[in-house]
Design a binder for this molecule. Structure first.
Ligand SMILES: [Fe+2]
Length: 304
């Protein structure tokens, strides 16, 4: 049996269509639900003095909204373990239907506390117009008004988190000083002021949502900074990496651990996305345990 050119074209178009639909189904229904717990190790400080060790659970981009059972079950399972800190770096909620889930994120309170910053999806209720045209025209990127995030903050506090909004926490007895950068960013001067409250021998930790102005964080003297927002690109091509990073990061740093000077940065792939665009390809959702070994320089931290 021989096929006409038209039949071959129809066959090719049909196969492409089926492959596309199959890929979309896999990306949305399978890979987007393959939650992983990964572990990375990092050494900071670079000095010769004795090390401190901390186990930090880094969560990001939960995009909580109803219904959310699978993600919450995963979170409750991984937070049964004992961590020193749990850090949540923004886009916690997609909308107000996600509020009740804040009480269920943690099964167990970490030794030194749980801390969160907010992201753009906490502050903005994105419409499809902003999701599509905002990609093409920057002025349409966000809705004109931010929403009132106080209900989100209160829900997180009831769930065991301290929400840092361009503010700091000094865990003096544990040698940790922490700053949380509110979305979208913090002025360089303000960040330096906050960081100047840390003593030289403290481990300096920064939480942020969007990976922009990373050099501010480096020059402010952070040893470790953690963020999210990129979702690791969500769609990654083998041999190429993330197609977009939606940040200042190059594609090979769309997620994972990297250094700027002596500051280690960890960018989470996150556990969710806007439900209207929740597709993942070669980029499954992840939470990360960061095992930190910190060597304090003999003469103080200095500028990384
Ligand atoms: Fe996000």
């Amino acid at each position: 049996m021989s096929l006409t050119v038209k039949q071959v074209a129809q066959l090719v178009a049909g196969s492409a269509c089926l492959t596309g639909l199959g890929t979309l189904y896999y990306a949305n229904q399978i890979e987007a639900r393959q939650f992983r717990l990964e572990t990375v190790r990092v050494t900071t400080g670079g000095g010769d003095c004795p090390k401190s060790f901390w186990r930090i659970l880094h969560l990001s981009d939960l995009h909580l909204c109803h219904p959310e059972r699978e993600k919450i079950d995963f979170l409750r399972k991984i937070t049964q373990a004992q961590y020193d800190l749990v850090l949540l770096t923004g886009d916690v909620f997609e909308n107000f239907t996600g509020l009740p889930y804040a009480l269920e994120i943690l099964s167990r309170q970490p030794k030194l506390g749980a801390y969160a910053v907010l992201g753009n999806h906490d502050y903005y209720n994105y419409t499809l117009f902003h999701k599509t045209f905002g990609r093409l025209y920057r002025r349409f990127r966000h809705p004109p008004l931010k929403r009132d995030v106080e209900p989100f903050v209160r829900a997180l506090e009831r769930g065991g988190f301290t929400v840092l909004r361009n503010s700091s926490v000094n865990l003096k007895e544990n040698g940790i000083f922490m700053v949380g950068i509110d979305y979208p960013t913090i002025e360089h001067v303000h960040l330096r002021e906050l960081m100047s409250e840390a003593s030289d021998d403290q481990f300096k930790l920064v939480l942020f949502h969007v990976p922009v102005f990373l050099d501010r964080i480096r020059t402010a003297g952070a040893h470790l900074a953690v963020g999210g927002h990129t979702h690791g690109g969500q769609v990654r091509l083998p041999g190429y990496g993330a197609i977009i990073t939606d940040s200042e990061l190059p594609r090979h740093e769309a997620s994972g651990l990297f250094f700027r000077g002596k500051t280690a940065f960890h960018i989470s792939r996150g556990l969710g996305a806007d439900p209207r665009s929740n597709i993942r390809l070669f980029c499954p959702p992840a939470a990360t345990v960061i095992e930190v070994a910190h060597h304090q320089p003999a003469g103080g931290a200095g500028e990384p």
